[in-house]
Design a protein around this ligand. Structure first.
Ligand code: BES
Ligand code: MN
Ligand code: MN
Length: 463
């Protein structure tokens, strides 16, 4: 049966692409209120698409953007079919043509075998590969091989703030799921599919420094009034030592030590610093002494300035002593680091290094722990087999430096380990201009998803 499903999925490339283009054309930017109606429209698009597959789909309202929730009617899968949960997100990062896009970000464009649009890789295109695979099953087998629940959220890019509430509300319907499938990540390299077994967590802060009540003349007051911009950069410059290590006391206390066998396996992955430097647009990689590039990304925590502003930014000179200075900071966390502990260590450190004459306000803008998933479950084996069918290659087992906050909450609230298999490529430019999804990867993703549900239906017994 799977063979016929795969053949039909491959025959319908044009249909999948046209369908996905419609979804990508909706600018579902979750962080900007001006796009709230678009976010709602993208949710409805997904709901109707799921209904087209035969699922029972509804929107779950939240304090901000709705979740799309769909379940499989009893007559649409075998009575013994295992219960599988699929999670994805339909919201996207902001994008404007001025950011350096060659084509309008919400006018999906095919060029050199890539589909270019905001959300093409992160995450609408990857979610759509699953929707296409489900429709193929429906069309060929008239039923689905698993009892699927689909949960799509519209707030992933803003930290999934309301998702824990939804998981708790729907706990009864979700807790019987035997496996959680997520495609919101990458292959390791072109032609090297991957299963992602770990993600870093994230602690995000805005730091606002306050000095004088209003901007002052830097000649009449400079030298006699503490400058919040000077104070800010002085504090920021104290956050790393000469070895690239974060100086927040206690920052490394709980960092999990990774065993040598695993590190050796990673060193045999097809990865070079040159290729990485090329993708990043830099001359040579940088980072904490004593670790390889992959280790720096996967198992070492970081503290990075994500934004920085103060004072006069217009053309020419303006002699001003600014009243305020601000920075956005992100800390990527690794296994065993507790975001709450890191938060209090960081806040205490900031208080301690704040120079006299200025005050600081810290606003936490989201926290999530790192995630690790077991590699030996039947669902993981199913994913490996499915990737082999979809991409024609055995997958490698990797981690990622990025974060998907919900992965930790699925584990905490529902006891579910995620199986993460991504169809994107490391150079998809997610969050940046000219985000793309390679069409071969997209079609291989559809085959993989079709195979995955077929194999899960055979491998897992319903409970
Ligand atoms: N899908 C990404 C994360 C990702 C990308 C994981 C590639 C693995 C491989 C996700 O949409 C994302 O951008 N996450 C944010 C987290 C957040 C709270 C905004 C991140 O990592 O910065
Ligand atoms: Mn994503
Ligand atoms: Mn993202």
């Amino acid at each position: 049966m799977l063979d016929s499903v795969l053949i039909w999925a491959d025959k319908n490339h044009r249909r999948w692409l046209e369908d996905l283009r419609h979804w990508l054309a909706i600018p579902s930017v979750s962080t900007q209120e001006s796009h709230d109606a678009d976010v709602a429209a993208a949710a409805e698009w997904a709901m109707f698409n799921l209904r087209g597959i035969g699922l029972t789909a509804e929107l779950i309202p939240t304090a901000r953007h709705p979740c799309v929730f769909a379940t499989t009617p009893a007559d649409l899968c075998p009575p013994q079919a295992p219960h599988i949960l699929f999670y994805g997100h339909y919201d996207v990062q902001p994008a404007q043509i001025e950011d350096g896009w060659a084509t309008p970000p919400f006018t999906p464009t095919v060029k050199n075998g890539d589909l270019i649009a905001r959300g093409a890789s992160d995450d609408k295109g990857q979610v759509h590969a699953h929707l296409a695979a489900l429709l193929a099953w429906r069309e060929i087998a008239s039923e689905l091989p698993v009892r699927l629940t689909v949960l799509l959220e519209g707030e992933e890019e803003i930290g999934s703030i309301n998702l824990p509430t939804v998981l708790k509300q729907r706990k009864d319907e979700l807790k019987s799921a035997q496996s959680l499938i997520i495609s919101d990540c990458n292959q390791f390299a072109p032609g090297v599919p991957a299963i992602t077994c770990g993600l870093r967590g994230l602690m995000y802060y805005q730091m606002d420094m306050h000095g004088p009540a209003a901007d002052l003349h830097s000649g009449l007051f400079g030298g006699a009034v503490a400058n919040p911009a000077n104070a800010l950069v002085e504090m920021l410059s104290r956050m790393h030592d000469g070895q690239g290590r974060v100086t927040v006391p206690g920052f490394y206390d709980d960092v999990a030590v990774v065993d040598e066998t695993l590190r050796r396996q990673w060193r045999s992955l097809p990865f070079t610093d040159d290729q990485f430097a090329h993708e990043a647009g830099i001359k040579t990689p940088f980072g904490e002494a004593g670790y390889t590039t992959l280790e720096r990304k996967w198992i070492r925590p970081t503290l990075d300035i994500n934004g920085l502003w103060s004072g006069y930014q217009g053309p020419g000179a303006k002699t001003v002593l600014p009243a305020r200075a601000s920075a956005k900071l992100s800390m990527r966390l690794v296994p065993n680091q507790d975001p709450r502990k890191i938060a209090s260590a960081f806040e205490a450190f900031i208080q301690r290094i704040t120079p006299p004459g200025v005050t600081v306000t810290l606003t936490a803008l989201g926290a999530s722990s790192a995630a690790l998933t077991p590699t030996d479950s039947p669902a993981m084996q199913a994913a490996a087999e499915a990737l082999k069918i979809g991409f024609g290659q055995d997958p490698v087992y990797v981690r990622e430096g990025g974060s998907i906050p919900v992965v930790g909450w699925f584990k905490e609230i529902l006891g579910l380990d995620a199986v993460m298999l991504g169809f994107g490529l490391p150079d998809d430019h997610i969050h940046g201009p000219n985000e793309k999804l390679n069409l071969e990867c997209y079609y291989a993703g559809i085959r993989t998803a079709a195979a995955l549900y077929g194999i899960l239906g055979q491998k897992l017994q319903s409970r």
